[in-house]
Design a protein around this ligand. Sequence first.
Ligand code: FCB
Length: 466
Amino acid sequence: MAFPKNFLWGAATAAYQVEGAWNQDGKGPSIWDNFVRIPGKTFEGTTGDVAADHYNRYIEDVALMGEMGLKSYRFSISWARLLPKGRGEISEQGVEFYSNLIDELIKHNIVPFITLYHWDLPQGLQDDIGGWESRECSDAFEEYARLCFERFGDRVNHWITFNEPIIFEMFGYVTGAHPPAKNNPFLMYQASHYVNLAHAKAVMTYRELGCKGNIGMSNVINPAYPYTDSKEDREATWWAESFIFHWYYDPVLKGEYPKEYLAKIEARYGKLDITHDDLRLLKQAKSDFIGINYYQPTRIAAPDSKADSNEKNNRSPGAAGDVSFCGNYKTVMDPLQFEYTKWQWEVCPDALRDCMHRIKDRYGDIPIYITENGLGDEDPIVEGEVLDKARIDFIRRHLIACEQALDEGIQLKGYYAWSWIDLLSWLNGYKKQYGFVYVDRSNLQRKKKQSYYWYEQVIASNGETI
Ligand code: FCB
């Protein structure tokens, strides 16, 4: 039996995608509240104004989690709900909501796993200081993190500072698909450093306060594989690995930037503001674990041209398609060789196992949580039942990969399916479903899907029924 007794069987959500109540009870606006109102930015103009209305229905939602036997729930805090302007004045109503949610989870024996930042920066910070373009934003984040540790740290022992920096930085500053929707690679790299700094400051504060839990970061990983064995494709893969993997994980797990890559991007885009003190701080701020969000690998080929050609596309770095970032590589889709979801994400459970080994090889034997993994689909409804067999199959195959990794000595501590409930898919509206629980968009009523009952069995048997 590979899964350890205390394995955290979980599911995840994020505040903007699930809560709704975007301007209720004193919450300030976030950059997402404004961005979705710009015509043409999201699928059919969908917003998270109501989302799954979890803010008003969390008691019912947690009861459903309890009924399933869920061991842990990963959710994010909306920064602007606690600090409407991002810093300064505190909204006690916001604090109370998360405090109640945490109590409710604990009442049902569910371990709360909190993400501090899942992309919804308070608009006030974007307006006043330019958000992540500014060093000051890392201090604002520290203030916010401190507040969370002080108010919730007595009951919460699992903390993720940031969710997927690569996505909000790449989309926010290169492709323009996410707020603040700029097209400037230099800003992306600079923001990336300030985010790492914010992470490190929060980790140091967590230690100073004497909190006894664990703190780390979650990033997406799309392990890169050369499409062919040609020298050109292998060289392109070095670029992809350096950017997608090393650039994001090294500062968090080694406290440094990959030297050769940093030199190359500075030669191309200009010198970044990274001081010796910053680097010392990154080294000091040791994470207790790493969170991996895994959906798909990337197949990498040499680019068609060295120009910054496709930088305005809005696909994920690593998503299937013809993405050429910084002219150094492109990602390739090959339906004859590989399997894809309806949204053209490659299905490859073995790459999940592989990326855990890549982490261990590069950073040593650290605790790992799979903080997201799941299938986006349009679920069939047959005679009133949501029959999401494809999701069961997807998760089962990835759990088998986890089981193998555990057998091979990986310190895997938990698995969080994305997502607990059907919610807003940032740019794809509500059409792309991920949840164990279905939400009827006409009345927001909840309904258990086939996968809900299946995961319930998996948890009850501690993975034996996979
Ligand atoms: C990840 C995000 C998450 C969700 C999934 C499908 O990039 O962290 O919020 O949208 O993708």
